[in-house]
Design a protein around this ligand. Structure first.
Ligand code: FAD
Length: 279
């Protein structure tokens, strides 16, 4: 069972728990992006198991009236075994989701996977009438070109700063430079996209910039944040009328995700320590 200490960041071990979380958020006008925890499979079995679990979840989402969608990791659906395996499993999943009106996000992993992930996203977004979204990372130097390429592809783009430690040859490693690249990407997207912009950031400065760019250009956008991070802000933004989606992971493989969240920020570490010592 998921210990209380992890339940700040993880919606539960079962799909039923994840859907309960989705219902609770829905009551506060926050929609949910569900991610079944799992990545870097080097055999077909676990990748097929996760694909099957996502198909069942999509079925359940389609039968509820909560606003929910899914987000998958490429290496969860076989990318480490080659582009063909990933394309096959993802296409099958997106077909299934499209038939049921459920949106599918594709997370972005490290820079060695960017080309293939972009290509498969573009194919699927064009053949599935924009029912797919892709994450792009501001820390990668290539991303501005990628975003220009994606400007007329139907679908949605989630803009994040980037979570992977990347080499300086391909990425900005200085935080201020990443922030500058993020601002530049938002400015480009609000000016050139028809909509479909997801601001995947907890950074108040970036969210304020998105609001200003929306006022200036009229381009629609949504805000995406992680479960357990600035949740009060998520509810406030939703109450102010902004479209807010919470990315909520679930599943048995919660431990490494939980530690990643705890390690990345001092406040989260203090939270974990307080939970351990019971204060
Ligand atoms: P940061 O630059 O980390 O922080 C900026 C400011 O935001 C801080 O100064 C503070 O004011 C506020 N803030 C940030 N965190 C907290 C906190 N815990 N508590 C209080 N305030 C805080 N990365 C990928 O590489 N691939 C993906 O597919 C991907 N998907 C994502 C999906 C979503 C919905 C989100 C929100 C992030 C995703 N990320 C992904 C992670 C992303 O790349 C960043 O690593 C992460 O969001 C941290 O950057 P930030 O923009 O939130 O702000």
């Amino acid at each position: 069972m998921l210990p209380p200490i992890a339940s700040r960041f993880v919606a539960g071990e079962s799909p039923a728990a994840a859907l309960d979380h989705a219902r609770a958020l829905d009551e506060r006008d926050v929609s949910v992006i569900l991610n079944r925890l799992g990545e870097h499979y080097d055999e077909r079995g676990p990748a097929e198991d996760d694909a099957a679990a996502y198909r069942d979840l999509i079925e359940e989402i389609a039968n509820t009236d909560v606003d929910a969608c899914i987000s998958i990791k490429p290496s969860q659906l076989g990318l480490d075994m080659g582009a063909d395996t990933f394309r096959e499993l993802l296409t099958d999943l997106v077909d299934h989701a499209a038939d049921r009106g459920v949106f599918v996000w594709i997370d972005m992993e490290d820079h060695t996977t960017t080309d293939v992930t972009l290509d498969i996203y573009e194919e699927l977004a064009r053949t599935h009438d924009g029912g797919v979204g892709l994450c792009v990372q501001a820390n990668l130097k290539r991303t501005r070109d990628d975003v220009e390429r994606l400007a007329d592809v139907p679908g949605k783009i989630r803009f994040v700063k980037g979570a992977y430690d990347e080499p300086a040859a391909v990425a900005y490693t200085d935080k201020a430079r990443v922030d500058e690249a993020y601002r530049d990407l938002l400015e480009y997207a609000f000016e050139h996209f028809d909509g479909g912009i997801a601001v995947g950031s907890h950074d108040p400065e970036m969210i304020d910039l998105a609001k200003r760019l929306h006022d200036e250009h009229g381009t629609d956008f949504e805000i995406q944040m992680l479960m357990g991070v600035r949740e009060a802000a998520q509810f406030e933004l939703a109450a102010d009328g902004y479209e807010v989606w919470q990315y909520a992971p679930y599943g048995g493989k919660w431990l490494s995700y939980f530690w990643r969240r705890v390690r990345e920020r001092k406040e989260n570490l203090l939270f974990a320590l307080r939970a351990v010592v019971g204060r």
